[in-house]
Write a protein that binds this ligand. Structure first.
Ligand code: HEM
Length: 158
């Protein structure tokens, strides 16, 4: 396998690979809504294993001041299931389990573990790629509020 080839285990998720940039909107019943800029990177070349390296950074629109960031590893399985581990800049960690649909370019994740979190009880993430546009929705449940959207974003492939 040369350095550029995609591991066969990662190939069904090759629609994610690359850099994506766009804007999102955040909210929750307990906070003021806000807008943000975001860049996501999904890469694989550092690994000869079926693992995608994920990193995300966000910033305030206007000032460019950094906001939340996170990084992790996406581990697809041949049966269409996927395990994702994410470490957030806030100190929160997630173990996500879910499924991917290579044909419709959808990944659905549901937290199995949320660690080191004061308020967060549960997190779901759904990613969808159509042509060169990605959208996602992140929902969370806290100790006070049931599962509902915190983030929605649209990004274009760079
Ligand atoms: C607020 C969790 C991603 C920006 C919050 C709160 C929680 C939270 C628990 C407080 C809600 C409350 O007080 O009831 C998370 C989780 C994330 C995430 C689990 C990822 C899965 C992000 C991202 C951004 C962001 C990517 C920025 C782009 C904010 C802002 C607030 C907030 C601005 C309001 C802060 C305030 O008003 O004090 N988030 N967050 N969050 N989050 Fe997130």
């Amino acid at each position: 396998m040369d350095g550029d080839s995609v591991h066969p285990g990662v190939a069904p998720l090759s629609f994610l690979l690359g850099r994506w940039r766009g804007e999102g909107e955040g909210g929750f019943p307990t906070i003021n809504s806000f807008k943000y800029g975001e860049e996501l990177t999904f890469s694989h070349s550092a690994h000869k294993q079926p693992v995608i390296v994920y990193s995300q950074k966000t910033w305030k629109l206007g000032s460019g001041e950094p906001m939340h960031s996170e990084s992790g590893y996406w581990r697809p399985k041949p049966n269409g299931s996927i395990e994702v581990v994410i470490a957030q800049s806030t100190g929160l960690v997630e173990v996500q389990k879910g499924t991917f649909d290579a044909e419709n370019k959808v990944v659905k994740l549901q937290s199995e573990l949320v660690g080191n979190a004061l308020k967060v009880r549960e997190i779901t993430r759904v990613f969808n790629v159509v042509d060169a546009e990605m959208s996602y929705v992140v929902e969370m449940a806290t100790n006070l509020v049931n599962l509902q959207p915190h983030l929605k974003a649209f990004l274009k492939k760079l």
